[in-house]
Write a protein that binds this ligand. Sequence first.
Ligand code: MG
Length: 455
Amino acid sequence: MRRREFLMSLAAPAVAQPKRAPNVVFIYADDLGYGDLGCYGNPSIRTPNLDRLAAEGSRFTQFYSAAPLCSPSRAALLTGRYPVRSGINFVLFPDSTGGLPDSELTIAELLRGRGYATQIVGKWHLGHRPQYLPTRHGFDFYFGIPYSNDMSLKTNTVYDEINRDAGRPPRPPSVYDRYRTLPGIPLMRDEKVIETEPDQTQLTPRYTAEASAFIRKSAASARPFFLYFAHTFPHVPLFASEKFRGRSRRGLYGDAVEELDWSVGEVLRTLAELKLDENTLVLFSSDNGGAAGLGRHGGSNGALREGKSTTWEGGVREPFLARWKGRIAPGQVRQDVASTLDVFPTLARLAGGAPPSNVVLDGADLAPLLWEGQGRPQPDFFYYHNGELRALRRGPWKLHFTGGPKQPPKTELYQVETDIAERFNLAERHPDIVARMQEAIARHQASFEKAPTQR
Ligand code: MG
């Protein structure tokens, strides 16, 4: 028995659940910014389906991803743990040999252990070698691209176009060396590569058909289902199918987001048609903020500072929508601090029984905020990037550290509720707050050992 299966056997509920647990659909965008959706104030991208999801449920304004990059943020979402605990500290590449360790318990494994059918559609990015694939981490089925859509000799040329647009000098040809011996972007079904360099204009429609088929197939069975729909877009290179190309006032980026919104609408339509709205929790978020340096190819983080690959708010504060008809009151705007770390404990409890007591989880149940009509104590939130702790959010305060080989160390304090753009450093004015937050950081860092980094 693998360690993880052993952990799962301990995590199983002690008594059979009388009622069927609700289905769960988690839709995850890639590199979508805080300011990219109509319901978050975007003036030129039309997102009627996501706006409707927000209107029919809760929309969060202070929701965080546990990392500003693809692989670590996904590790955190699926394990409910800061990425330093699993060692997924950096983005994985097609020449990476590492992945999410077998010792980690994913939410898919937990839900499958409690009777759910499980499928991932789209981007995995937690290791593409056989032992790390989604099917080895609790998913019954997989259809998608196992890493980013720019990671091949053919698709990485997008950065030359971006540099040309921005008037930056071209990259040296050696940037392509790592891709030269690699086979190109794989499209996978379960553990098999079924196409290489698939037509990316067709990805969103194909993903959507796959997701709808899984919902239909599962609805016909007696088991609840967990669909993890991790879109490839709006990560670059951007693509949209013919129906959406040239439609948005925001250019190709807007087209890709509008097609993603259409896809959300198709999932909602399928759920409604099968009369599953009142028995399905639908969640939506993004893995990290919009890439601020990509010009028209990148997303908008609204009023937030900077974006992807940073621990400023634009890198990690994300849209988060939650709908469960009949349970979550419609039209709620929640200002509570919450994060992707909270998804694991929430779903664990929803599926029957307590979260596993033998796994250290970093988040807390969202049920009090979502459907129990209560508040909850605001959790501390630690910002990690590339395996390093870079900031702490406590109450309205954020203590942020910069520094490294090229920069002298600097500690900054922002009141991020009144100063959403992190413009006014109050560290000198509030040395007591800085000291208390530094103590909390020291305690947090002393509380565990980092796992070996996966590359
Ligand atoms: Mg991303």
